[in-house]
Design a binder for this molecule. Structure first.
Ligand code: GRF
Length: 202
């Protein structure tokens, strides 16, 4: 499997995927990083690892569809069969969502459908829930709305600060995301409507 990661931030998930690839546990190869933030740490990580980077500036385009068409041709040129969103922070149009339907996944730092959108960890603390976590889901064009593949739940400790919870959430993400990518590469993720089944290892 050939993967493109879309990311615009710190890149801790990108790094976890790369580390899994190097250990041989990802069962897939990251062939491209797509980013709209030239100065993001994730871009530096990709360069250090010798992974190609496609950078674009949304303000150079009239509309999202225009830069997405350019991204699509980059993906097609490299035979990318799975898009992995890891802190990309932009909604996608059907230019990318349609051709990669069932082949594009995202990770979100809450138990969806609770706390979609930005600052999910802060939203959960503000609401006062006692359990939160991490969700990996297929992308369908809505904001964090696609079919759920896997979730990890975490108890929020009494009086837990946002920084401490964020650290625990990120650790859970870095466990879960490479695992889900390897399940996908093994053909173990079955999508029927909104229902996702993860087949056991044979
Ligand atoms: C993660 O918390 C992920 O859930 C969210 O964006 C963040 C990206 O973090 N979608 P990083 O850049 O992988 O460190």
């Amino acid at each position: 499997y050939r993967i493109a990661v879309f990311a615009s931030g710190t890149g801790s998930n990108f790094q976890a995927l790369l580390d899994a690839q190097r250990k041989g546990s990802l069962q897939a190869e990251i062939v491209l990083l797509v980013s709209d933030k030239p100065n993001a740490p994730v871009v530096e990580r990709a360069r250090n690892a010798g992974i190609e980077v496609f950078l674009f500036q949304p303000k150079d385009y009239n509309q999202r569809e225009d830069y997405e068409r350019e991204i699509l041709s980059q993906l097609e040129a490299r035979g990318v069969d799975l898009i992995v969103l890891a802190g990309y922070m932009r909604l996608l149009t059907s230019v990318l969502v349609a051709p990669y339907s069932g082949r594009m996944i995202n990770i979100h730092p809450s138990l969806l459908p609770a706390f979609a959108g930005k600052n999910a960890i802060g939203q959960a603390l503000e609401y006062g829930v006692k359990v939160t976590g991490v969700t990996v889901h297929f992308v369908d064009g809505g904001m964090d709305t696609g079919p759920v593949i896997a979730q990890t739940a975490l108890d929020i400790q009494p009086g837990e600060e946002e920084a401490a919870l964020t650290e625990r959430i990120h650790a859970a993400e870095q466990q879960l995301y490479p695992a889900v990518v390897s399940w996908f590469a093994q053909g173990r993720i079955i999508l029927e409507g909104r229902q996702v089944t993860v087949l056991p290892l044979r």
